[in-house]
Each structure stands twice: as structure tokens, then as C-alpha cells.
Design a protein around this ligand. Structure first.
Ligand code: SF4
Length: 169
């Protein structure tokens, strides 16, 4: 997996001050996408051990609330497979002290939870580590700049942790 950039002090993509990772590769091709360079899976730099160390060092800072992964499309099958081992190590190191937000152009129930080409052998594990999922494609006709943390009104901010508690009860 390649990534486009890392922000170590981001307040635009989730609650609190966050570290943000913009991964490369997206096949949604939403009209009006703000990051079309990142549709290309070869864009940017390889995500390697040095990248992981850089992210962990940024997450170590006491004022950081957590990590946001966006792109590009984190839920592209090949990106899921690259991100899950990294997220396991992040959870081992930080436990629940840092939360995880993920932005996806997929719709949770119909594309990530139901049978579709987005689902892989690691999708459920990936979703089990996400605290907040911002889902759905960017729809230019529904663009609304007053919305917090999302670009168009079809997109949802889903509290995955609360959802898991609801499913468990
Ligand atoms: S899902 Fe995101 S990165 Fe992909 S085309 Fe849509 S807006 Fe752009």
C-alpha cells in the first residue's frame, strides 16, 4: 500500500487533535472528489516500518485523541490487508487510549457488511477496531460545507463502538 501524506496535528477529520493518514488508491471516482490524485494506487510513498514508527511517535503525544485514516479509500481490499496488521499493532501499543476514525466511500451495511467485492477475509476485523466510521461516497449535489467532518449530507458519522454494544445487548 502507498500513502499520500500524514498530518500529525489535524483538527479537521474527527474529534480532537488527531494524526491523519491519507492512503492511496480509490476506485469510487466520486464526481467532485477533493483528492483525485489519490485515486492512483501508486501515488505517494510506500507505507513501511518507518511510516508506522512515524505515526506511533505522533500518536504518543499526550494531546492526540487518535488516528484518522482516509484517502483515497482505506477499504479498498488491498488497503484493508495492509492496514489491519498495522492496526493490530496500534491497538496492542495504545489500547483504547487512542481512538480510530476511518473515512470510506463505501456504505457500511450494503457494501462492507453484506456480500460485495469490498469484503475480504479481514473486513470484519478491520471494522471491529474502528471507533467511528464516516461512510458513503461524496455526492456533489448533496455537498454542504456547514457539515462537520463530512462533505455531503448522504455521508454518516457512525459510532461503531456504540453500535457494537447495541448488537451485543
Ligand atoms: S471515496 Fe473519497 S477519495 Fe474516493 S473518489 Fe470518493 S471522495 Fe474521492
Amino acid at each position: 500500500m502507498n500513502y499520500a501524506s500524514i498530518r500529525t496535528c489535524d483538527i479537521a477529520n474527527g474529534e480532537g487533535v488527531r494524526v491523519s493518514l491519507f492512503v492511496s488508491g480509490c476506485t469510487h471516482r466520486c464526481k467532485g472528489c477533493f483528492n483525485p490524485d489519490q485515486w492512483d494506487f501508486a501515488y505517494g510513498k510506500p507505507f513501511d516500518a518507518g511510516t508506522e514508527a512515524e505515526i506511533f511517535a505522533a500518536l504518543d503525544k499526550g494531546f492526540i485523541s487518535g488516528l484518522t485514516i482516509l484517502g483515497g479509500e482505506p477499504m479498498e481490499p488491498e488497503n484493508q490487508r495492509a492496514l489491519v496488521p498495522f492496526l493490530r499493532r496500534m491497538r496492542r501499543r495504545f489500547g483504547d487510549a487512542r481512538n480510530l476514525w476511518v473515512y470510506t466511500g463505501c456504505v457500511l451495511e450494503t457494501e462492507l457488511e453484506a456480500d460485495s467485492h469490498w469484503r475480504t477475509e479481514v473486513t470484519d476485523e478491520f471494522l471491529s477496531m474502528v471507533d467511528v466510521l464516516v461512510d458513503g461516497p461524496f455526492v456533489e449535489s448533496l455537498k454542504d460545507i456547514s457539515l462537520r467532518f463530512r462533505g455531503s449530507s448522504n455521508q454518516r458519522i457512525i459510532d461503531m463502538a456504540a453500535r457494537r454494544r447495541g448488537l451485543a445487548s
